[in-house]
Design a protein around this ligand. Structure first.
Ligand SMILES: N=c1c2ncn([C@@H]3O[C@H](COP(=O)(O)OP(=O)(O)OP(=O)(O)O)[C@@H](O)[C@H]3O)c2ncn1[C@@H]1O[C@H](COP(=O)(O)O)[C@@H](O)[C@H]1O
Length: 109
């Protein structure tokens, strides 16, 4: 059920809460127990599966693999001690940059 927070923030909070949990009762805890390299490998695998879905123009696969990738990204961020807010802030900075680029392009016309 939605609590008003963005789905990625809720997912990040859930995967953070799995730190130290029993690997037999939580897939996320099992991933943490396998270590950072395994988590990075899963992100890579899911990205490749998404890319294949895109090449095949398989819409359902794109949606499903995107969800898998975002979940594994949340686990990678949690494992690395990165908060999604830091990613949002970087994207927001780039919005500003792209605005500047547009203005610069307009001023040279
Ligand atoms: N969103 C997800 C999610 N997306 C994908 N997956 C799991 O990711 C795995 C990906 O499948 P793969 O076939 O690639 O992996 P695998 O072969 O099982 O694993 P490996 O042997 O490669 O490690 C599946 O087991 C999926 O169940 C997820 N597992 C958990 N979540 C979320 O995380 C929350 C906490 O989950 P638990 O940690 O299991 O309590 C859940 O409530 C969900 O909201």
């Amino acid at each position: 059920m939605s609590n008003g927070a963005h789905i990625l923030d809720r997912l990040h909070a859930t995967v953070l809460s799995r730190k130290g949990a029993d690997p037999n009762s939580s897939y996320t805890a099992k991933l943490y127990s396998k270590g950072s390299k395994k988590i990075a490998q899963k992100v890579g695998e899911e990205a490749v599966e998404l890319a294949i879905g895109a090449v095949l123009k398989d819409r359902e696969e794109i949606i499903s693999e995107s969800a898998d990738l975002l979940y594994h990204l949340c686990v990678l961020w949690a494992d690395a001690g990165v908060d999604p807010a830091e990613i949002y802030a970087r994207l927001a900075d780039r919005e500003g940059l792209s605005g500047l680029a547009e203005k610069a392009a307009r001023s040279t016309k």
